[in-house]
Design a protein around this ligand. Structure first.
Ligand code: COA
Length: 154
């Protein structure tokens, strides 16, 4: 496993759009956000963090997007780790960092997210941090794939 010391978390900027969109479309294929949607999220977010591999020319190896959608609630819009870097603890690292930032927002009481109901790895990751499945939403994605609504009270 890579050394944590070489990993760095920063706020994403418009300069990162192409790299982030490439990761997004390679990972989510037909369900990916459009480039314009990613641009809007880079401009208008509560947190949009990128995880950089400092040991490899500052390549972006993952990102997480959080939007405050109610006075007391944030929505985890997306979390992604580049395929070659998955299952090495980086998703855990990025999520833990972000949850700590959300906890610093005194008005936030709940975090919500939607996840593909077949995405076992992501569901396990969220459950590890205390997220609970509260609802199944049929036909949430294209091709009628269903999602779970998960929440974490903080
Ligand atoms: C979901 C995702 C972000 C997880 O990131 P990651 O860096 O691979 O995850 P981690 O290495 O931190 O592992 C987190 C947990 O997932 C589970 N896990 C990870 N890889 C797994 C595998 N191959 N098989 C089974 N469980 C696995 C484990 O429970 C692990 O926790 P533990 O090691 O403490 O038991 C990453 O797989 C990803 O980007 N997937 C594609 C995009 C996606 O589906 N995002 C979620 C959208 S809501």
């Amino acid at each position: 496993m890579k050394s944590w010391g070489l990993m760095n978390i920063n706020t994403a900027s418009v300069k990162d759009l192409d790299e982030i969109f490439k990761l997004e479309s390679n990972t989510f294929k037909r369900d990916a956000f459009s480039k314009n949607a990613i641009l809007n999220l880079i401009i208008n977010n509560t947190f949009f963090f990128k995880l950089l591999d400092d040991g490899n020319s500052n390549q972006i190896i993952g990102f997480i997007i959080i939007i405050q959608d109610r006075e007391n609630r944030v929505n985890l819009i997306n979390l992604l780790i580049n395929k070659q870097y998955q299952n090495k603890g980086f998703g855990t690292h990025l999520l833990k960092y972000t949850l700590n930032k959300i906890k610093e927002m005194t008005n936030i009481e709940v975090i919500v997210l939607n996840v593909n109901s077949k995405n076992k790895v992501a569901i396990l990751l969220y459950q590890k941090f205390g997220f609970r499945i509260v609802q199944k939403i049929e036909s949430y994605y294209r091709q009628k794939k269903s999602a779970y609504l998960m929440i974490l009270n903080i």
